[in-house]
Design a protein around this ligand. Structure first.
Ligand code: SF4
Length: 425
C-alpha cells in the first residue's frame, strides 16, 4: 500500500469509530480460557514466519509460569526486519486499535500484565499512530489492566530474531542466544515471555472479535479472515504492494489478483520469504502459499515478502549478493554462520568471476549443508536457502559460469584468481 494511502487511513480512524463498530467489546466478555480455546480452535499459526501454533506457545508460557514465581511478559514484535517488508508498519498505521485489542486479549490469555511493543525505530509514523491509539484507548477506559512499553530499535535484519530482541529489550548488545530454552520457557529477565508477531496479535482480534477489524484488503478467495496473511509484493517496477492472501492460494494467483504481471519473458524467478527466502523457477510459480507447500520447495513464509527477479538476471550473481548481505547481517557469535556465510559468498564471487574449479563447487555444497547444521540461531539455520534454491532451480547458470562464461554476460569479475579452498571444512 503506498505511503499516502496509509496516512489517509489513519486520519479517518479514531477511538469512537472503533468502539462504534464493536471494537474492544471482547475485553468485557472473554475470559482467558475462552480466548485460548478460540485461538486453539482457529488453529492460529504465528505470522512471524515460523508457523508455530500460537496456542501451543501460550500453553508453554503458562506451564513455565506455574513453575516460577514471577511475571509473564508479552512482547509484540512489530519490527519489520526485512528491509523490503512493510506488514508491521502497515498494521500500526491502518489498524492500531485492532492490534491493541489483540495485545490485550493475548496478555489476558497468558496472564501477562506487562507488554513490550517492539518496533523499528525508523518507523516514526507507525509509532505515532500506535501510541496515539493507545493513549486514546486508555483515556476512554480501555487497556488499563496492562502497561505497555514502546521500544524502538534499529538493529538491522538480526533485530527481528527473538533472542536478539530480548537482549535489546534488556539494553544489552544485539547478539543471538542458543535455544532451547525458548523465550516462552525462560525469556525476558529469565521469566516466561510470549513473543508474538504484530500480525498474529491482530489476527487474535480477527478471531475473537471479527466485527472490529477491517476486512477490505483480501486479494483472493472467501476463506475466514483469520486465515489470511499480509504480504508485501514487489513486481518489476520495484514498488511495494501490500495485499492479504488466504493461505493456500497459488503464488501466481496472488500476483494475478494484485495486478502484477508474471510473464516468463520478463520474469526469471520469484523469491519467497525475504532475505533468507528461496528462489522459484517458473515450474514452481503455482506453489500454494502455505507453510508445508513452501517448505516442500525449500521456501519459507519468512518476512511475507514476495518479489520477482527480472529476466536476464544471472542467478549465481543473485545468490552471491544475497550471501554477501547475510554475511554483513550475521551477529558473528558462532563460527559456522560468521565464517561459513562469508566463505560461501566468496566462493560464489569466484564463480561469477569465471575462475572457479570443481573443487569450489564441492566446497559451496559443503558450506551450504553445514552452515544450518552448525549454527546457533534461526538466522544461520536459514542462511543457505537463497544459494541452494538458485542452484536447484537454475543449474545451467552455475554450469555456464564453471565453463568460464556468464549466461547473460552481465557479471563483472570480482576476482582475478581463485583461492585454494581445500580443507575449509
Ligand atoms: S547463526 Fe549467525 S546470527 Fe545466529 S548466533 Fe550464529 S552468528 Fe549469530
Amino acid at each position: 500500500m503506498p505511503e499516502g494511502t496509509q496516512n489517509a487511513a489513519i486520519l479517518s480512524r479514531n477511538i469512537q469509530d472503533y468502539v462504534n463498530k464493536g471494537g474492544f467489546r471482547s475485553l468485557a466478555n472473554e475470559t482467558a480460557q475462552a480466548v485460548r480455546d478460540k485461538v486453539r480452535a482457529a488453529k492460529l499459526r504465528g505470522r512471524g514466519g515460523s508457523g508455530k501454533y500460537t496456542a501451543d506457545k501460550w500453553d508453554t508460557a503458562i506451564l513455565s509460569a506455574e513453575r516460577r514465581d514471577g511475571p509473564t511478559y508479552l512482547v509484540c514484535n512489530a519490527y519489520d526486519a526485512d528491509p523490503l517488508a512493510m506488514a508491521a508498519a502497515n498494521l500500526m498505521i491502518r489498524e492500531p486499535f485492532a492490534v491493541l485489542e489483540g495485545i490485550a486479549l493475548t496478555a489476558r490469555a497468558v496472564g501477562a500484565k506487562e507488554v513490550y511493543f517492539y518496533f523499528k525505530a525508523t518507523n516514526r509514523s507507525g509509532y505515532d499512530a500506535i501510541l496515539k491509539a493507545f493513549n486514546e484507548s486508555q483515556s476512554s477506559g480501555y487497556l488499563n489492566d496492562i502497561s505497555v512499553h514502546f521500544v524502538g530499535a534499529d538493529a538491522g535484519f538480526m533485530g527481528g530474531e527473538e533472542s536478539v530482541m530480548l537482549e535489546i529489550l534488556r539494553g544489552r548488545r544485539a547478539m543471538a542466544a542458543q535455544r532451547p530454552p525458548y523465550p516462552a520457557q525462560i525469556g525476558l529477565y529469565e521469566y516466561p515471555t510470549v513473543i508474538d508477531n504484530i500480525e498474529t496479535l491482530y489476527t487474535v482480534t480477527r478471531i475473537i472479535n471479527p466485527a472490529a477489524t477491517s476486512d477490505d484488503k483480501k486479494s483472493s478467495g472467501s476463506a475466514a479472515p483469520y486465515t489470511y496473511k499480509l504480504l508485501t509484493l514487489y513486481g518489476l517496477d520495484g514498488k511495494p504492494v501490500i495485499v492479504e492472501a488466504a493461505f493456500g492460494s497459488p503464488i501466481s494467483q496472488i500476483f494475478e489478483k494484485s495486478n502484477i504481471a508474471l510473464n516468463q519473458n520478463t520474469v526469471r524467478a520469484i523469491v519467497v520469504g525475504g532475505p533468507e527466502g528461496g528462489a522459484l523457477g517458473p515450474a514452481a510459480w503455482n506453489t500454494p502459499y502455505d507453510y508445508e507447500s513452501l517448505a516442500a520447495v525449500n521456501c519459507i513464509v519468512g518476512s511475507g515478502v514476495i518479489e520477482v527477479i527480472p529476466a536476464q538476471t544471472c542467478m549465481v550473481e543473485w545468490a552471491r549478493k544475497r550471501m554477501e548481505y547475510l554475511a554483513k547481517e550475521s551477529c558473528g557469535k558462532c563460527v559456522p554462520c560468521r565464517v561459513g556465510v562469508k566463505r560461501a559468498a566468496t566462493v560464489l564471487a569466484t564463480m561469477t568471476s569465471n575462475v572457479a574449479s570443481d573443487e569450489d563447487m564441492a566446497t559451496l555444497t559443503d558450506l551450504l549443508t553445514y552452515i544450518p547444521r552448525g549454527s546457533l540461531c534461526g538466522f544461520g539455520w536459514n542462511a543457505s536457502r537463497a544459494a541452494q534454491t538458485a542452484q536447484a532451480a537454475f543449474p545451467d547458470d552455475f554450469s555456464q559460469h564453471m565453463k568460464g562464461e556468464c549466461p547473460f554476460h552481465t557479471c563483472a569479475p570480482q576476482r582475478s584468481h581463485r583461492y585454494a579452498t581445500k580443507g575449509v571444512l
